[in-house]
Design a protein around this ligand. Sequence first.
Ligand code: PHE
Length: 349
Amino acid sequence: MNSKILEVKEQFLEELKSSENTQNLEVLRVKYLGKKGLVTELMKEMKDLSNEEKKSFGQEVNTLKGEVTDKITERTKELKELEIQKEIDSMPDFDISMPPAINEGSYHPVTLVQRQVENIFKSMGFAVEDYSEIVSDYECFEALNIPKHHPARDMQDTYYLDNGQLLKSHTSAAQNAIYKKYKDALINDGVPIKAIFPGRCFRNEATDACHENTFFQMEGVMVDKDISISNLIYFMKTMLSEVFKKDLKVRLRPGFFPFVEPGFELDISCLICGGEGCPSCKHSGWLELCPCGMIHPEVLKAGGIDPDEYTGFAFGLGLTRLVMMKYGIKDIRDLNSGSLKTLTQFIDE
Ligand code: PHE
């Protein structure tokens, strides 16, 4: 090979090695193959050669030109791939091309209504209490004036643990503990007991559209001197009118619960027909919503409160039932279904 051509080739190979990015390669391409490039210049030298020499010189320069072109193309490809890989490596671990999360999650309708009712009662000076789901027989029945073998127990069959404890069949099971917690402030400082305690309840029952073995209630109690049925009606009416955003009518019917005397079933005027009568209210114009009553003297006594001095009311709002009425949910089982399609439709107000 002609020594000049060899020299250019070696110089090129040397410079190719030290080209570390695609820009360097472009410079290199212009330096060798451009109009005034080293390979192009070699061609120009042909005019001074003899015909014989011209042929082999020309061939060698052409071969070199081909080699330089191929090498630059090859190396450019290699470097481009490296550059892409480097960019990929520097990207965050998550997929930035994913669409943003559409489902941000939502609260269960029972939670929504529970919080709303809690806020209403809080604004009226009630404390919100949490209570265990596993309770003793004493808390769930005995302290509520339901001794062993009392027929009222039949209506509240629940799930029993081996240690004699049980899953609470109603939130009333927390009443005794609440009275004991607040009685000193009541007796010594004259602070009325005003508390609500929402909770999950369990009953050993066959399920259908209106019955579930797991449901929520919201219990409320108020104890002070001279508490009467009109206080009970006032608080219930205020709370329900707030929840339904309507001025509702309420009525009391007699109802039997061993822990209240007198005991009532509280009805509200039908939300669908406004009280005129429709299939939803079985044409009565009323919907049954909340059992309640004046706390039985024995129950106050069990809580360490003297029934001759203090009186109070208690109510056991069916929270699950309230949710069904508020949102028009026809089957109670939907609420425990875990179906996101059903449960994510409700919004906070
Ligand atoms: N605990 C009763 C039930 O679940 C309801 C109730 C509570 C009734 C408070 C009166 C007073 O059936």
